[in-house]
Design a protein around this ligand. Structure first.
Ligand code: SAM
Length: 352
């Protein structure tokens, strides 16, 4: 049977953080340049990630996204991608007895991975895009918060705009499609660039994803006034480049997706977790680099899968552990509640 939580949501999307190290210092994530938190021996090995992923796929996980920190700082991720990509063509060979279910349609006959993606800041993609594709990676999401060199440096703490633009071109050449470009929109920092970003998407046939600023920065400097709402993002772009909502736009995904009304290439996506919460359709679960399951970006507790796996649990015991954790998935985040408590770790650790 698939993984179901207590709120009747099916979990199909696993995000795996490969490292908590990052070589960028984005002010909305790692403003003070904190060192990595996890000790080396606590970080999951590729063999452990492969084993855990295979169990998740047998439980109905269809999408795996590798993230971090900066996942490309982990050596030889091509080897891990090659291992994980095997789950796309080969079912896990393992069957979970579906005795609880009356509905035959809920049985997974041939659980297979459908989508293997990577989120990166792009710094080393120009040299490695082809190898990642060859290893079996389907697509990349690349973070790009400014198209202005000095603003990019101020937001990310590094002078690497040219490298990130080269990364996007390299991903296109390697056909790591569909390529998505993530920009966290923060008032007074990059909201004036919204039209330029939209023009960039049109000119380069890219899927832009504008994300509302969430309270996940390690410095706890997030202020509500800094949020540019999804509605405002849409309106600012729509005034200049009229947009049309795509059919089935959001579904279980996070972004409202728009096409350009004049038929130009590219796509605009708006991700508004704060002002238009989408928790009711959440299908995600996260595994941190040190093997903790997080059921929500904003969880204040984690579930130690690493110790279960390293402690010699049988496969059935690991499955039971995962199922029990999924049942604890929060109904929704509480960013907009008075008693909101920030997540126990920053986005760089959790894995975005
Ligand atoms: N290093 C990779 C990268 O730069 O894409 C992957 C990790 S990064 C944490 C993943 C995504 O999380 C990035 O697109 C980043 O912009 C987003 N992110 C980080 N902190 C955020 C915050 N406070 N609010 C919204 N998005 C955030």
């Amino acid at each position: 049977m698939t993984l179901r939580d207590a709120h009747n949501r099916t979990i199909r999307d696993l995000r795996i953080s490969l490292t908590d190290r990052c070589n960028f210092r984005c002010f909305y994530c790692l403003p003070n340049g904190e060192p990595p938190l996890a000790r080396k021996e606590t970080i999951l090995t590729f063999e452990e990630i492969e084993y855990i992923s295979e169990i998740f796929v047998s439980l109905g996980i269809e999408k795996i996204r590798l993230t971090g920190g900066e996942p490309m700082l982990r050596r030889n991720i091509e080897d891990l991608i090659a291992k994980l990509s095997r789950f796309k063509i080969q079912d896990s060979g393992f069957r979970i007895q579906d005795s609880e279910s009356e509905n035959p349609k809920s049985k997974i006959q041939n659980p297979k991975l459908q989508d293997l993606a990577l989120t990166t800041n792009g710094f080393s993609l120009p040299q490695r895009a082809e190898d990642l594709k060859k290893a079996g990676l389907d697509r990349v999401t690349i973070s790009l918060d400014s198209l202005e060199r000095e603003n990019f440096r101020q937001i990310t703490g590094v002078d690497k705009l040219d490298e990130v633009l080269a990364a996007i071109a390299a991903a296109q050449r390697a056909d790591l499609q569909p390529i998505k470009i993530n920009a966290v929109v923060v008032r007074g920092r990059n909201d004036h660039e919204l039209p330029e970003f939209a023009a960039f998407a049109r000119e380069n046939d890219l899927k832009m994803r504008f994300i509302e600023f969430m309270p996940l920065d390690s410095g706890h400097g997030w202020k509500r006034e800094q949020i540019v709402s999804g509605r405002e993002i849409f309106e600012k772009i729509n005034q200049i480049f009229p947009l049309e909502l795509k059919e089935n736009s959001r579904g279980a995904e996070t972004a409202w997706k728009y096409r350009f009304a004049d038929g130009a290439p590219g796509e605009i996506g708006v991700i508004a977790p704060v002002t238009q919460m989408f928790c009711g359709a959440c299908s995600r679960i996260r595994l941190t680099a040190d093997g903790q399951i997080r059921t929500c970006l904003f969880s204040t507790i984690e579930h130690n899968l690493r110790d279960v796996v390293r402690g010699g649990a049988t496969r059935a015991e690991i499955v039971e552990f995962i199922r029990a954790v999924v049942l604890k998935k929060e109904a929704r985040h509480t960013i907009n509640d008075k008693e909101f408590a920030p997540a126990s770790r920053s986005m760089s650790f959790i894995g975005g």
